[in-house]
Design a binder for this molecule. Sequence first.
Ligand code: A3P
Length: 295
Amino acid sequence: ALATGPGKQTQLREVEGVPLQAAIVDNWGQIQSFEAKPDDLLICTYPKSGTTWIQEIVDMIEQNGDVEKCQRALIQHRHPFIEWARPPQPSGVEKAQAMPSPRILRTHLPTRLLPPSFWENNCKFLYVARNVKDCMVSYYHFQRMNQVLPDPGTWEEYFETFINGKVAWGSWFEHVKGWWEVKGRYQILFLFYEDIKKDPKCEIRKVAQFMGKHLDETVLDKIVQETSFEKMKDNPMINRSTVPKSIMDQSISPFMRKGTVGDWKHHFTVAQNERFNEDYKKKMADTSLAFHFQF
Ligand code: A3P
C-alpha cells in the first residue's frame, strides 16, 4: 500500500510545460523577478541527484571543515531554495533576500525557467548530475514518502510518468542537457554524483577551487569523512528527522535512503531496461553529455 494520506496534495501545475508544485506556480512572478547578485553561487540539481550531499560539501568547504559551524542550522535552511514556497512561511526568494552576501543558493529549475538575473549577473553555477536510472528510483521512493508531492503509483506507472517528464521539475533529460549546453558560456562546474562517490576527495577539491578556497589536505580529508553517506545519515541537521511525518513519512522510505550507484538494477525489469535504453539513446542523441559509468 502506497501513501495516499487524505492530506496528500497531489496536484502539480505547469509553467511552460514544466510541472511544478502549485505553490511555486502561484509565486511564479516573485521567482522570475528574483534579483541575483554577481557573487551568488547557485547549486543546481535535478531532484534526487545529490543536492543535500553537495550542499553539505559546499558548506563544509565554506566553513573550512568546521563541523560545529555546519550544525548552525538544518541543511534545508542553510542555502535558500529559490523557488520554494509554502505560505504563510517566507518563500525561498524572501529568505535569499534576507541573506547576507556572498550568498549560496539552490534550485531545481531547468535553465529555461531560471530567473534571468542569474545569467545577467554571470553568477557561478555548481551543477550535479546523477545517472537517470538511479535518479528515477530515488525519486520514486521520495514521492512515496513525501506527502506534498503526488503519489507515484506503482513502479510500472511511475516508469511512464518519469519517462514522460510528468514529475515535479519536469524531464530529467531536458534538465541535464540544458545545464550541460550553457557550460561553455557561463561559470559552471558540472559534476557527476558517480564521480563524487568514486573519488570524493578529487571532486571536493574541484568544488573548493571553484569557490576560490584553498584548503589543507587534512581539511579535505575531514570533509570527505564528514560528508560520507553513513555520517550524513546519522546527522539530525541533515537527515530530515525534524520534518513532521505529515510532510515526510520516513517510515515509508528514509530521506537518506541508500546513497549508492546502481540501485536501479533492483527495480528495472529486463524489458523496462531495454525500453528505457532505447528511449535514452533517442533523447540523448543531440548532446555531447555522457555519463561515466555503465548502465
Ligand atoms: P537514494 O534515494 O538513491 O539513496 P537529493 O539530496 O537531491 O534529494 O538527493 C537524494 C539522494 O542523494 C538520495 O539517493 C540520497 O541517499 C543521496 N545522498 C544523500 N547524501 C549522500 C551522501 N553523502 N553520499 C551518497 N549519496 C547521498
